[in-house]
Design a protein around this ligand. Structure first.
Ligand SMILES: [Zn+2]
Length: 351
């Protein structure tokens, strides 16, 4: 099993993140990578530097004007009088965040503040000098992983950081700029008629859901913390089942605050059954470790043992699989949960 990662992904080192009205040090920082790489090393998962597959696979998911915005945002923001250290808009356009949010044309504002307010959905996405470079490299790790699966690898791990599942086709939010899992799923569709994106990060992957909401060829299934009082708040509800041709190809299994290992594992079992029922040929797993009870963002009671158990669930499925790194903000919990999952997955899948 190959692991794809590039040091360029460390170039995103934001200084600001707003939690409950306070600006704090971002939880999503390069130390997460160090913890993950160290924890996966005993499994003989050493990083492979992805080759650059260019912009085309990114543009298969994201609007070109959004990609251009991410590339130019920092330089333009620095031209504002009395600017802060990084792009952190003080306004946000009302666009909704529901599952029917379709990508639109470029926004009316030409000024950088209005454009940032349009393209950046919340205050977890500060853009600094290296952000575009790091997000682009993170997407390339997912692309390289998907290409490896297309080339015949039964499984691969894309150590994507910054993460991706909250990124919409034309909007950054929740630490995410490019939707790495969606980009990978789109690549897998070249050879596989039906692909599933499975997401057990503790946050609902609202960006991924929106991208595939009207499509039958990419199934999205998520187990996550109930969003009625939890990020991403505006999507992730059980009644969101898809739209048009995608009706029935979206499955949300929200868990109540405090849910334990049994509830978490059972929901993963239900997702696996749904994947089989949909006749899926290949799987992208949006893997976050932030359901762990020790994660600073977790509201669940999930332990390391549960990650081993779900590793077995997804390995047993026996489908070509790309694991894509999403959240996980306790370095200690991540260093336990990720190798527990990967080891169990590999044993069950015999890869
Ligand atoms: Zn998360």
């Amino acid at each position: 099993m190959k692991l794809f990662f590039s040091d360029t992904q460390l170039d995103h080192r934001p200084k600001q993140f707003m939690v409950h009205g306070r600006i704090v040090d971002p939880f999503e920082n390069p130390d997460r990578v160090t913890a993950l790489l160290g924890a996966l090393e005993p499994l003989e998962l050493a990083p492979t530097e992805p080759v650059d597959f260019g912009r085309a696979p990114i543009l298969a998911v994201h609007a070109d004007h959004y990609v251009d915005f991410l590339q130019e945002a920092y330089d333009r923001f620095m031209e504002l009088p009395s600017h802060g250290p990084e792009v952190l808009p003080s306004i946000h356009a009302y666009r909704g965040a529901g599952p029917d949010l379709a990508p639109r044309g470029p926004p009316r504002p030409t000024g950088i503040l209005g454009r940032a307010g349009w393209y950046v959905g919340d205050m977890a996405c500060a853009i600094m000098e290296g952000t575009f470079r790091a997000a682009y490299a993170s997407a390339q790790a997912a692309i390289a992983g998907a290409e490896a699966v297309l080339a015949g690898e039964q499984a691969a791990f894309a150590l994507c950081r910054p993460p991706g599942h909250h990124a919409y086709a034309d909007r950054a939010s929740g630490f995410c700029f490019f939707n790495n899992a969606a980009i990978a799923a789109e690549i897998l569709r070249r050879s596989f008629a039906k692909v599933a994106v499975i997401d057990f990060d503790t946050h609902h992957g609202d960006g991924t859901q929106a991208i595939f909401y009207a499509r039958a060829d990419v199934f999205y299934g998520s187990v996550h913390t109930d969003t009625s009082a939890y990020y991403p708040h505006f999507a992730g509800y059980a009644e969101e089942t898809g739209f048009g041709e995608g009706e029935g190809a979206n499955l949300n299994l929200p868990l109540a605050f405090g849910a334990d290992d049994e509830a978490f594992v059972d929901a993963n079992h239900r997702l696996a059954l749904a994947v089989q029922a949909h006749g899926v040929d290949a799987v992208v797993i949006s893997a976050g470790w932030d359901a762990h009870k020790d994660d600073p963002l977790s509201r669940l009671s999930v332990t390391t043992a549960a990650f081993a158990r779900i590793g077995e669930v997804w390995g047993k499925l026996g489908l070509p699989t790309l694991i894509v790194q999403e959240g996980g903000y306790s370095l200690a919990a991540t260093a336990e949960a990720a190798p527990a999952f990967v080891a169990a997955f590999r044993e069950a899948a015999a890869v």
